[in-house]
Design a protein around this ligand. Sequence first.
Ligand SMILES: N[C@H](CCC[C@H](N)C(=O)O)C(=O)O
Length: 283
Amino acid sequence: MKIQFSKMQGLGNDFMVIDGVNQQIKLSPDTIRQLGDRHFGIGFDQLLLVEPATRDDIDFSYRIFNNDGSEVEQCGNGARCFARFVHDKGLSLKQEIAVETARGVIYPRLENNDNVSVNMGVPQFAPKEIPFIADSDQIIHPLDIDGTNFAISVVSMGNPHAVQVVADVETAPIASIGPKIETHPRFPAKVNVGFMQIISRDEIRLRVFERAAGETLACGTGACAAVVAGIRRGLLNPLVRVITHGGELSIAWGGDSQAVWMTGPAITVFDGIINLQGEEYAA
Ligand SMILES: N[C@H](CCC[C@H](N)C(=O)O)C(=O)O
């Protein structure tokens, strides 16, 4: 079965984007893993599936799969690429669209330059919303890793994030500590792990060890979670430049039950067609 797709990237966080409105496909976790392989497949951090709306008040449904085949609740860099894709493929003529994800509705908006802004919804902090095993919402939670105490902030942007402040993101123990926090037993659904260096009240540097995908060049929901955590800690202003290895994002949050706004680029690298073998794909 032939499937048309676009390869896209948002700050180097890269995606295979598939039109599931005009193409009826069902991808197994194993097929997603094969497609995500950077040597034997197309290669991506996440696969994004555009599906028809399920309600009158939304324009599309948005499904997100990590390259290990796991389906997840939210992807921020992917949301910008999603909006660019549906516009460029003629699936919508709207400048701003309502997109339903597994955990709520987001509102991406094509800006007049190459950027896309997204209302990413309201961050959640209650342990059961993350999910995180703790008695109550704390701005900072202690977390023991092999006898060393880490001070983390937990934030859900639909998907779970654990954020810590480090002196220097370039020397932070991302490869060693990232996986240990990602799979810590207090995170029943695992967690994305953010390492944030405060440059000023208006600027941070950020590296994220993503759940299931490992360190990516940028993480949109991770940038939202880090800025929210920094504002809650009293370290950041409401509008912050987030500098990642893949480039810069602008994140704004007014606090409390207000939505987080993310602005950044969304680029189409190429369009392609892949032929899925096997009887399960027979057209
Ligand atoms: N690895 C994440 C999903 C992708 C998030 C990231 N690519 C973004 O831009 O938000 C998770 O398992 O929750």
